[in-house]
Design a protein around this ligand. Structure first.
Ligand code: SAH
Ligand code: SF4
Ligand code: F3S
Length: 434
């Protein structure tokens, strides 16, 4: 019998997507049913991100919008979960007493039990050193890709970043439970497995490090594609690259967050590498995996970033020519080390620097995309184009989006596509007849 309907809205990174699927799994087990319509839900959870100020604000305003639904549905349970909940630690209840539940990222296991007691103003923001949600089956939203979280937390403490405070200490799941979850996902028809962690390649369980785990997952029969995100440059070692080279089903794409090209700024950010070492990491990747897509994250306007420092970032971008990049203005976050520093780059300078890197990246993305014209790429079809539903879309091994302009394919097909054009951010292609 149906216990009620739940609605989950998710912000932030893929770890949050995966966590929402774990929460959904817990609720489904209690016979709750998912709905896409918040108006018919008995439980609304907003899974939040706190990484930048903007993300933080969006989540809170969303919850306030849901408040009015309580008028027509007084039993509605409204929950703030995830990284904003963890950062805020329940202070929000003073201002917004209509919120029933505030749960940090390590407090989800108790959700089914909690909702039975119709909680009011319940707060649990304890961070755990052990919780990895082992043994819980996520209720997946996707059809082709399955998120599999392999480690949680972060011990790197980059000086700008709130994640170590919202997610707690690094801990890894057992190889056995990861392998079991992947086998079930494959059995359920998932073609692609994406291993997730805040520092996915810092994975460490007994004698297993990340490369050994990759081997175990790659050997599971039926796993067509494996991706992982986000790795830390420091842990991109030769062993990891060799394993990627040796297994065809491990996708040749590495997200390698640069953050800044200036060694001085990198040091102030508490990133452990210099500009030169970062460029060496890239050279190692190109050497062992010549077709590997490399994407990145860049922050502009970190405290003390001079015009000369910023030029160094542009220089590294020109040298690497990233396939794609996520680019941000520095946003001071509570509790972090950098919040003590004077945020001395003006808003205008931050905006100007951001615009410059966005423009540069656009050129580089176009350049990299055009390099694929005339090549045959293996593409996993995972949906239809938003502009034209008759056109299927998918991703290359190196994670570039392809729109299938000629030929038919079904979602889940892994097919060879000849790239015929690259007019914008995506590639155009047609099915390669064998
Ligand atoms: N663990 C991952 C991602 C962390 S958050 C990693 O290290 O790669 C994703 C990105 O958000 C970071 O790579 C960084 O570029 C950006 N970010 C984090 N904190 C930020 C802040 N305070 N201001 C602006 N961008 C930030
Ligand atoms: Fe944040 Fe740095 Fe950890 Fe990434 S590695 S989550 S940027 S502290
Ligand atoms: Fe955001 Fe938390 Fe992920 S702060 S980026 S949702 S770990």
């Amino acid at each position: 019998m149906e216990a009620g309907k739940y609605y989950i809205e998710t912000y932030g990174c893929q770890m949050n997507e995966a966590d929402s699927e774990i929460i959904a799994g817990l609720l489904e087990r209690e016979n709750y049913i998912a709905t896409c319509n918040p108006e018919e839900a008995n439980i609304i959870l907003v899974n939040t991100c706190s990484v930048r100020h903007g993300a933080d604000n969006r989540a809170i305003s969303r919850l306030s919008q849901f408040k009015s639904l309580k008028k027509t549905n007084p039993d509605l349970l409204l929950g703030l979960v995830g990284c904003v909940a963890q950062r805020d630690r329940g202070k929000i209840l003073k201002e917004k007493p209509f919120i029933d539940l505030v749960l940090g990222p390590d407090a989800y296991r108790q959700i089914p039990q909690l909702i039975m007691n119709k909680p009011h103003s319940f707060v649990d923001v304890n961070l755990s050193r052990r919780e990895v949600y082992d043994g819980l089956m996520p209720f997946r939203n996707s059809v082709v890709n399955a998120w599999v979280s392999i480690m949680r937390g972060c011990d790197k403490f980059c000086s700008y970043c709130i994640v170590p405070y919202t997610r707690g200490r690094e801990r890894s799941r057992s190889v056995k439970s990861i392998v079991e979850e992947v086998k079930i996902a494959v059995n359920d028809g998932y073609q692609e497995i994406t291993l997730l962690g805040q520092n996915v390649n810092s994975y460490r369980y007994k004698e297993y490090r990340f490369p050994e785990l990759l081997i175990q997952v790659a050997k599971i029969p039926g796993v067509k594609r494996i991706r992982f995100t986000s790795p830390h440059p420091e842990d991109v070692n030769a062993r990891m690259l060799e394993v990627m080279r040796d297994f065809d089903n491990i996708c040749k794409h590495i997200h390698l967050p640069l953050q800044s090209g200036s060694t001085k700024v990198l040091s102030a950010m508490n990133r452990s590498y210099t500009q030169k070492r970062y460029l060496d990491f890239v050279a190692n990747i190109r050497n062992l995996l010549p077709t590997c897509g490399i994407t990145t994250d860049i922050i502009v306007g970190f405290p003390g970033e001079t015009a000369a420092d910023f030029e160094e970032t542009l220089r590294v971008m020109d040298e690497v020519i990233f396939d794609n990049a996520y680019m941000f203005k520095y946003s001071p976050r509570p509790n972090t080390a950098a919040v003590q520093l004077t945020d001395n780059v003006t808003e205008e300078e931050k905006a100007e620097r951001l615009n410059r890197i966005i423009a540069k990246q656009k050129k580089h993305t176009t350049f990299r995309n055009r390099q694929t014209i005339g090549t045959v790429q293996s593409v996993l079809i995972d949906g239809s184009s938003k502009k034209n539903v008759d056109e299927k879309i998918g991703r290359t091994d190196s994670n570039k989006l392809v729109i299938l302009k000629e030929g038919n394919a079904d979602i889940g097909d892994l097919i060879d596509i000849l790239i015929t054009g690259a007019p914008g951010v995506s590639l155009f292609g047609k099915i390669q007849k064998s």
